[in-house]
Design a protein. Structure first.
Length: 147
């Protein structure tokens, strides 16, 4: 069995993409899909090595997920050759990733959700809960596609 690797990307890898990683990983496990590895990263490395934003971790915990193991990392262009799918949290991340992929853009790069997932960083707990709900709905669609 070949393992597929999905990368979820946002800006700093402390809010949206770690939520996406944790939720997608949990939903894959729940669906019995065990040939997909999910990791996340940011387009920039400002937070490399840091845990996710405490508000993101709290939103995950309120919904029954555990994000405590997360540590932020920056997306590396050579990963395009090591990933089977790259999911961007908004159209700005998508543009950045497509530009970085260049001519070697053989790996599919797509939006995580049908519409941009808004950055909750400057918001409050309600914004994090709304983002998590949007990510859960989008993750359900990815489960169908990855099955």
């Amino acid at each position: 069995m070949s393992v597929r690797h999905v990368e979820v990307v946002c800006t700093g890898n402390i809010c949206r993409s770690p939520i996406g990683e944790v939720v997608l990983r949990a939903k894959l496990a729940e669906a019995g899909i065990d040939d997909v590895v999910v990791t996340s990263s940011g387009t920039g490395g400002w937070h490399s090595g840091d845990p996710m934003d405490p508000r993101a971790a709290a939103a995950l915990a309120r919904h029954g997920y555990d994000g405590s193991a997360h540590r932020a990392q920056e997306f590396r262009s050579y990963w395009f050759g090591e990933r089977d799918l790259v999911l961007a949290m908004d159209s700005g991340h998508l543009s950045t990733l497509v530009r970085r992929a260049g001519a070697e853009g053989a790996v599919p790069i797509d939006l995580f959700a049908e519409t941009d997932v808004p950055d909750p960083y400057y918001g409050d707990d309600t914004n994090f809960d709304e983002v998590l709900t949007q990510i859960e709905k989008a993750a359900d669609l990815w489960i169908t596609r990855l099955r």
